[in-house]
Design a protein. Structure first.
Length: 94
């Protein structure tokens, strides 16, 4: 049996977030930035539920770190992450 899930998170800088976390993707993970929607979409799949859960757990930790880094490195021109508002808003977990 193949288990597949999609995690979508909304960001002010989805391209930066996707690039930062995609480097840690395992072979059954695919991450992309959907700039027009302001989201990062990651598909995680596997054949063992424990492996999928572990991958989701690692992914959520990685995205949290990437979010923190983007928040700290925000450009002074205001085009980056808004420090006053939570930038990572899970929109869908299928």
């Amino acid at each position: 049996m193949r288990i597949t899930g999609i995690i979508r998170t909304r960001h002010h800088t989805p391209g930066y977030i996707a690039a930062a976390i995609a480097a840690d993707n395992l072979q059954d993970m695919e991450t992309e930035a959907v700039e027009t929607e302001g989201i990062v979409r990651t598909t995680i799949s596997g054949t063992r539920i424990r492996s999928v859960i572990a991958s989701v757990d690692d992914y959520l930790a990685n995205i949290s770190v990437a979010e923190d880094v983007c928040r700290e490195l925000r450009p002074e021109d205001g085009q980056g992450v808004d420090k006053e508002n939570s930038d990572m808003i899970p929109t869908t977990l299928e």
